[in-house]
Design a protein around this ligand. Sequence first.
Ligand SMILES: *Cc1c(COP(=O)(O)O)cnc(C)c1O
Length: 390
Amino acid sequence: MHNNEIALQIAGVIRGVVRPSGDAFVPLHEPTFRGREKDYVTECIETGWVSTAGQFVERFELELAAYCGVRRAVAVCNGTAALHTCFIIAGVQPGDEVIIPALTFVATANAVSYAGAIPHFADSEETTLGIDPVKLTEHLEKITEMRDGACYNRETGNRIAAISPMHTFGHPSMLDELLMVANRFNIALVEDAAEALGSDYKGRHCGGFGKINAVSFNGNKVITTGGGGALLTNDDALADRAKHITTTAKLPHRWYYDHDVVGYNYRMPNLNAALGVAQLEQLPGLLEGKRALAMRYAQIFADIPNVNFITEPEHCKSNYWLNALLLDRGSEKELEPILKVTNDAGLMTRPAWRPMHQLPMFTDAPRMNLSVAESLAQRLINIPSSAGLL
Ligand SMILES: *Cc1c(COP(=O)(O)O)cnc(C)c1O
């Protein structure tokens, strides 16, 4: 069947690359526990410190901040909660707009909504898969005006309060250029670095470029705490505020329960932080494994026509969280057969997310022309990416 030629070829390549597994099912991304995970989690259970107090949360925060090269990390219960809190701290108010890529996981848009704000969708750029700073600048020049130092969307009347670049599959977005746009229009930048733990932009770790930024430790991310996330910042006052509002905004006192604002119960339990401390110890080795797998894929897919393996952008080091193939323009019709043949063969693959503006709850949201994001969504395929696959 001519129709399936590329699909069969791709399935063959993936089966050939992954650790000899016979016909076994190969997931897209599974966690790896080869360190002291069990010891630390057992320690929580044996000492009784499993929940909201215990030493692993603070230890995880200190070690995470050091790894990411930022002053402070605040651990929370998941990445979406981290991002929601980032927007509050960055000054996003109900009725504001927040610029996010149309091509992202739904959590980015949901977190904007939790803050009472409206996502404003930006188009992608084809080499990094992140927000296109040139196209965004042209769009903002056309539709915004500055009033009292703030940026307003003339078409909706809303303030544009923040921009949240997302580092797709772990590949850093064009942060220098996006920071220039943010500064020029006086918009706060908050990185959705959920997928980018272990990725560097020009020698600095992702998650340290905005005022305050979010990472995730969900089960399918580079490292996991079961479920979890963190805010990263170089500003002590913002970190203190983040800690306060994610822990019910309780004022410290030995016995009185006083709270000064509506806070959130977003804290990371000690049990999850214990897993996180052990996973952080493993992170450098996991990244090496993922890089070796990506290099092997890159080498082999170079010989397959109409298919491009996505590699890290210039001046960046990617964590290669999820490996991705990009079909040439004109080869969109191959997407469906490739997904079918590979999944039928027990090799888990999936397309990129449905772009946010095509989801029912965001169809009316403001946006720019999204032609590149729409095209990428028809041509991207994620392939098995676990650290131990090679
Ligand atoms: C994983 C992820 C998040 C946060 O997810 P949680 O599952 O809530 O930890 C946010 N944004 C993006 C782009 C993600 O991939």
